[in-house]
Design a protein around this ligand. Structure first.
Ligand code: CAA
Length: 240
């Protein structure tokens, strides 16, 4: 069944692959972005997927943006909280600003994205909440105290929402990508990246489309009984 989907951070990286895959499933998709107007315009021109600019760290901007999407595209049935940033630094060098920036975007951003769509999902008795967490929320990561905290927090969010939404036909699940070939991973110093790849049994980085396939599965009407779960897609790098 064709539904309306919102993907935050949906015009680049893993988010872009998710937006495209949901569209290919026949859904009406809206993608948000934070700042890169050029990339968003290019993405819309190439895919026909509407893009909306707001900062997920702001509740006011998120609520206003979501109201606009619901007016222009339709009531949101599928929400993919994907927007995320890194501000990596060893803990002894991590600044309070680096901590707060990542918490505000990656963790509070999930609250800000899901909270405004939740009442409508409850009313319509259907919803799919999918949060893009990370392998580093499962295992921790050198220089990512801030990021790992948010990604572990995502798992607490979906496990709680799963219990609250189940009787209203809403499921909440997480996907934990491992290291995927995106700008975020390419920003890791080459030597460090090579050593990370050597620890992935698959011997390679993942592709964004491999994460998108997990999302389309969780977003489908058929996945109603899958609720509160975590799909790890990391090439065998880490098992929970
Ligand atoms: N494990 C153990 N030691 C490590 C390490 C690791 N993974 N990475 C770096 N170190 C060590 C270095 O060898 C170095 O040690 P020495 O001083 O003895 O040589 C020390 O830690 C680094 O100290 P620096 O003062 O040089 O560190 P820096 O302030 O320059 O920071 C860094 C460098 C930010 C840690 C950089 O190495 C880095 O970006 N590392 C990658 C972190 C990472 O994996 N991030 C994931 C990004 S991808 C992502 O987040 C997506 C996802 O969900 C998977």
């Amino acid at each position: 069944m064709a539904r309306t989907a919102l993907v935050t951070g949906g015009s680049r990286g893993i988010g872009a692959a998710i937006s495209k895959a949901l569209k290919a499933e026949g859904h009406n998709v809206a993608a948000t972005y934070a700042g890169n107007d050029e990339a968003a315009a290019k993405f819309t021109a190439e895919t026909g997927i509407k893009t909306y600019k707001w900062n997920v760290a702001s509740y006011e901007e998120s609520a206003a943006g979501i109201a606009r999407v619901e007016q222009e595209v339709g009531p949101i049935d599928i929400v993919v909280a994907n927007a995320g940033i890194t501000r990596d630094a060893p803990f002894h060098k991590m600044t309070p600003e680096q901590w707060h920036e990542v918490i505000d975007t990656n963790l509070t951003g999930v609250f800000n994205t899901v909270h405004p769509v939740w009442p409508g999902m409850r009313e319509r008795k259907f919803g799919r909440v999918i949060v893009i967490s990370s392998i580093n929320g499962q295992k921790g990561q050198f220089a990512q105290v801030n990021y790992a905290a948010t990604k572990a927090g995502d798992l607490g969010i979906v496990k709680s929402l799963a219990q609250e939404g189940a009787r209203a036909g809403i499921t909440a699940n997480a996907v934990c990508p491992g290291y995927i070939a995106t700008e975020m991973v390419m920003a890791v110093p080459e030597k460090v990246r090579e050593s990370i790849i050597s620890m992935i049994p698959a011997g390679r980085l993942g592709e964004p489309e491999e994460i998108a396939r997990c999302v389309t599965f969780l977003a489908s009407d058929d996945s109603q009984f899958i609720n509160g779960s975590t799909i790890s897609a990391n090439g065998g790098q880490f098992f929970v």
